[in-house]
Design a protein around this ligand. Structure first.
Ligand SMILES: [Zn+2]
Length: 322
């Protein structure tokens, strides 16, 4: 089967045990090195340019093809990922939320990760619910806590239902100003670090991004503010993409770029819009091997790093390559 490719998704990659936040959900750098070894021995790592050509019928995928994708533009990727890939002569594709490059501020998505890594759910959940009550009814309105919990607290394969509830409330469900206020507040209470300090040690800088691109890495779009784009009013969604394109234009070809949907969130009008703006491929978080003969090029599924050794062998049930 030559139409199949495993697109692997990575987020944090660091020396977790010796880091300040060992509970952050990421891949340990030793596991990363072992995984790259495993992939080199069992798969062929392709480049994004090859995948784009394969989608256009101008390149034949090798047997057991994999593509490595890294989300969110973390400094981890420069410190730990890039040297390993460079030494092995492999390409990674890095997707950066443009706001982190342009404004050097800490995104809510990352505040939530650090809040979760710094507290216990038995303390966090009541804090979130209490703040939801506090802001409800004045300027902002949204359903009561029980109704929201029943609707959104559903565990997925990586998080329990309480964690998913907290994430969804703070990522997308509550009105944007309320989410931001609660994230800021909880970050100060539980993490207690200046946001600008955290931002400067968390994200890639323009210089690092430039250097990685010059050394053969692929840079793509991950929106501007890391929003659930599929839930946004059309005008706001378009503004987020167009701002991201402006900031990223040094690193991406505006006529031929790749989108990675934050949270895997997209809808038909987003697909239409990015297509009209020169987007050639879109990466989702749907979990399976990508069969190019059946999936749309704007909704390519991916697997997680945790689906591969040394963490697990889940990839074997998610495609038909082997
Ligand atoms: Zn992301």
């Amino acid at each position: 089967m030559k139409n199949l490719v495993y697109v692997i998704m990575y987020h944090y990659v660091r020396d977790l045990e010796h880091s300040r936040y060992p509970r952050i959900k990421g891949l340990d750098v030793d596991f990363f090195r072992q995984q790259i070894e495993f992939l080199k021995q069992n798969f062929t790592v392709i480049t994004m340019e090859e995948l784009i050509c394969a989608c256009n019928g101008r390149y034949e995928l090798p047997e057991k093809a994999v593509l490595l994708t890294f989300d969110d533009g973390y400094l981890d990727h420069y410190m730990f990922v890039f040297p390993v890939l460079k030494a092995q002569n492999l390409q990674g594709s890095f997707f950066i939320s443009a706001k982190t490059l342009k404004e050097h501020v800490l995104l809510d998505v990352n505040k939530i990760h650090y809040i979760l890594a710094s507290t216990k759910m038995k303390d966090l959940l009541p804090s979130v619910l209490e703040r939801m009550d506090y802001y409800r009814g004045s300027e902002y309105d949204y359903p009561d806590n029980n109704m929201l919990f029943d609707k959104y607290a559903a565990k997925n394969r990586f998080d329990d239902k309480e964690t998913i509830f907290v994430k969804r409330m703070l990522q997308t469900v509550l009105p944007q100003p309320v989410r931001s206020m609660i994230c800021k507040d909880l970050f100060q209470q539980y993490v207690g670090v200046l946001e600008e300090n955290m931002a400067s040690e968390l994200y890639l800088t323009p210089d690092q991004t430039r250097l990685m691109k010059n050394e053969g890495m692929y840079i793509g779009l991950h929106g501007y503010s890391h929003c659930w784009l599929g839930h946004m009013p059309e005008k706001e969604m378009q503004a987020d993409i167009s701002l991201a394109l402006d900031v990223m234009s040094e690193y991406v070809d505006r006529k031929n770029w790749v989108m990675n949907y934050p949270y895997g969130s997209y809808n038909e009008s987003l697909l239409k819009y990015i297509s009209s703006c020169g987007c050639k491929l879109g990466l989702t978080t749907q979990v399976k091997a990508a069969d190019l003969s059946e999936c749309s090029r704007l909704t390519i599924p991916r697997l997680d790093t945790n689906d591969f050794p040394p963490v697990s062998e889940n990839y074997k049930c998610r495609g038909e390559i082997l």
